[in-house]
Ligand binder design. Structure first.
Ligand code: SAM
Length: 236
């Protein structure tokens, strides 16, 4: 079944953008996933096609109006049995993880609402039960890049998108660890030799070395991931 992505945005012309290239682009051309954009401005009702208004309580910026987002969502919300998750991109959301990407990839697709300006009227997020998702602790100008990040992370996990069946299994985050380092030919470059074990042909020794490297880099760079993994392995 084709995995379906629908993106609600004020800038539909930004898509497919990077998703039109490489793995995602080939997969879309091959019918493994489909992309539909919905222009939020098409749901404006005044002659200026306005979609936003000033925030109650004062402050800078503008807010995407609830009735605009609601009408746009109503136009694409298939409801069950399709049951695609509806997500709102926002820095206030739950951080998006590799586990979320895998769960999205396992489903029928996704409906993604991109904010601009100050954000989206909270009432439509609540009324439509949108899941609020963030791609990281920084603020982008709009949700479009965030939507592309989610889609790219999910699509590459769909069957038939990546070449080697096991490439996703060894990647960063898949076992709660960052990945070990990679090297390719030549075996020596500017006086730097590839770790000897990788040239040994001893698969058990290579696996053990990679595991140790993954653990060391995770402990050094991501104490949060390391602690989470320790909790999972040794629950209190
Ligand atoms: N006023 C908002 C705040 O401080 O949380 C920031 C709004 S931002 C300028 C405009 C839009 O960009 C947001 O509505 C959201 O759709 C998107 N956006 C910005 N940063 C994001 C992030 N880290 N993750 C997901 N979406 C983001």
């Amino acid at each position: 079944m084709t995995w379906r992505a629908t993106v609600l945005t004020l800038f539909p012309e930004m898509f497919p953008g990077p998703l039109g290239h490489s793995l995602a682009g080939r997969a879309r051309a091959g019918g493994l996933w489909s992309l539909e954009t919905v222009d939020l401005r098409d749901f404006a009702t005044d002659r200026h096609r306005s979609v936003d208004d000033t925030p109650f309580g004062g402050g800078a910026g503008m807010v995407l109006r609830a009735e605009i987002a609601d009408a746009a969502l109503a136009s694409v919300d298939d409801g069950p049995p399709d049951g695609r998750p509806m997500l709102a991109l926002t820095p206030r959301g739950q951080p998006f993880t590799q586990a979320d990407a895998a769960s999205l990839a396992a489903g029928p697709g996704a409906i993604l609402l991109c904010g601009r300006y100050e954000g989206i009227d909270q009432r439509v997020i609540e009324a439509r039960g949108l899941r609020e998702v963030s791609i990281g602790d920084y603020v982008l100008s709009g949700g479009e890049l965030a939507a592309m990040v989610l889609l790219d992370a999910a699509i590459r996990l769909r069957a038939g998108v990546m070449g080697a069946a096991d490439s996703a299994e060894e990647e960063s985050f898949s076992a709660g660890l960052l990945e070990y380092p990679h090297y390719t030919r030549p075996a020596e470059w500017r006086g730097r030799r590839v770790p000897e074990v990788l040239l040994s042909g001893n698969h058990a020794a290579i696996a053990a070395w990679r595991r140790a490297q993954a653990e060391a880099v995770t402990r050094a760079r991501r104490p949060d991931l390391w602690a989470r993994r320790a909790r999972q392995e040794h629950p209190a």
